[in-house]
Design a protein around this ligand. Sequence first.
Ligand code: HEC
Length: 227
Amino acid sequence: MDELGFNKIAAAILATALGYMGIKELAHAVIHVEAPKAPAYALAIPEAAGAVEEVELPFPQADWIAAMDANRGARVFKKCTSCHNAEKGGANGTGPNLWNVVGAPAAQHAGFNYSTAFQNSGKTWNYQSLYNYLERPTKYIPGTSMNFIGLKKAEDRAAVIEYLRLASDNPLPKPDPAPGPEDLVEAAPMDESTVINETPAVEAPLSTEAPTETPEMEKPAMETQEQ
Ligand code: HEC
């Protein structure tokens, strides 16, 4: 093949890759701005035009529940102990004592002076709300006085929530898993032009040409290292 021909092909591949990255970036931005509630998974449902559909899975997925590791949670909780303790009858500090917090309405711990934002939030601390709150407290309850950046890793949030779940007179049961990617792929409309990979979609890269690196939010499997 002459050199020019090769360059044309290389340019075409590059353009495809850039286009792909653009779509992905855009989709990611939308998900971040509008619905940062649960991990977003990219399901590979190629369409005729080659567009990639981002589907947000319902919360919690089985791998999230598997990441509810109280030992890891105890380590993560060290980030909280400058302001909180989770002992029965423990004192309030900069933040309220967190015994019995999972399942309780927000701003209910006796003797703590909560922010107005917290008192008016109308929130109850279930798995989903804690998961969202702990990712970015000031975003979930704007005006909160919890001056903490948040826990970026979903595994850390799952783990610390498990730690808090057990810090209770009457721990709530662990949550049941929501429908997973397999269920969603099965539910997706299919015709001859739709090719769905044999492997579960979340474990497969979006496309063989695509950059393999995936942003944090889209990581399908939550590997709980450092057991
Ligand atoms: C810099 C201090 C600080 C740190 C660090 C901090 N918090 Fe808080 N937290 C607060 C304050 C203050 C409030 C009350 C917020 C308000 O009234 O707006 C709060 C509220 C909460 C609540 C709601 C309690 C209730 O009674 O409604 C939870 C749950 C919570 N924090 C968990 C955590 C966890 C888990 C961590 C660590 C990953 C953490 N916090 C780190 C200060 C902190």
